[in-house]
Design a protein around this ligand. Structure first.
Ligand code: IPE
Ligand code: IPE
Ligand code: MG
Length: 247
């Protein structure tokens, strides 16, 4: 998997995943949606391990969108309880496997207990070195992220710290939640939906997309490696001609 493919891509440095289909996975079995989320948490564990083993440096998982707040309160509360349990359960493993935990989105909107646990586990994983950064997008929306960045930059202009001409693409990137994280090379969406649902809109300008019918709870190591293989066969051109890229 580490050899360069004929298309020239190797392992993507940053993989971002829209984890979708937990509800449908549960519904097929006539189970409560939360059982689907629970099985989805197992996929998070498996895929994180597979990504680290493959040599991915950044794995970003879309776990809860700004729009997901409009789901029934039972489901939303169940998701937070599950996240808290997951963080506590995986804390040791993350540290042992040299995985740094990171968050993007409005952590301050989460219930206090979950937020506290999230920051506690994040701190624990930052105490030693790491080979991979696992970023969970929580209460995250890309439009909201860009709006917040615009507001912050406008305040800097108001204070006279910069002028309008100082606003560059890199200045905007530096004010996003993802500041310091390279743009995703590969964005995966499970469950057959062909949309991006407000995920990393700015950062994915040149990402390769991979869509699969597989529901997130069924997306495990094999499915992840299939996505990496598909990526290895893509020709990324970044606006240049195919001939230029071959040179
Ligand atoms: C993705 O699965 C998890 C979250 C959005 C929290 P869904 O809950 O959206 O599952 P479906 O799309 O209803 O099957
Ligand atoms: C996208 O899934 C958000 C997450 C995976 C967290 P949704 O299930 O919320 O997306 P839509 O509503 O189908 O677009
Ligand atoms: Mg969904």
């Amino acid at each position: 998997m580490t050899a360069k493919s004929s298309a020239g891509n190797t392992i993507p440095r940053h993989v971002a995943i829209i984890m979708d289909g937990n509800g449908r996975w549960a519904k097929k079995r006539m189970w409560n949606r939360l059982r689907g989320h629970r099985e989805g948490a197992e996929s998070v564990d498996v895929v994180t391990e597979a990504a680290r083993t493959a040599g991915v440096e950044y794995l970003t998982l879309y776990a809860f969108s700004t729009e997901n707040w409009s789901r029934p309160a039972d489901e939303v509360n169940g998701l937070w309880a599950l996240l808290e349990e997951f963080l506590e359960k995986k804390r040791e493993k993350l540290v042992r496997n040299r995985i740094r935990l990171h968050f993007i989105g409005h952590l301050e909107h989460l219930p206090a207990g979950v937020r506290k646990k999230a920051l506690e586990v994040k701190r624990a994983t930052e105490e030693h070195g790491w080979d991979m950064t696992l970023t969970l997008a929580l209460s995250y929306g890309a439009r909201d992220e860009i709006t917040c960045a615009a507001r912050e930059i406008a305040r800097m202009v108001e204070r006279g710290e910069i002028t309008a001409n100082d606003i560059s693409e890199s200045a905007i990137s530096a004010h996003l939640f993802t500041a310091g994280i390279p743009d995703p090379d590969l964005v995966i969406r499970t469950s057959g939906e062909l949309r991006v649902s407000n995920f990393l809109l700015w950062q994915s300008a040149y990402a390769e997309y991979y869509f699969t019918e597989t529901l997130w709870p069924d997306f495990r190591e094999k499915e992840f490696l299939d996505a990496l293989r598909a990526y290895a066969g893509r020709h990324r051109r970044f606006g240049r001609t195919g001939d230029q890229v071959k040179e």
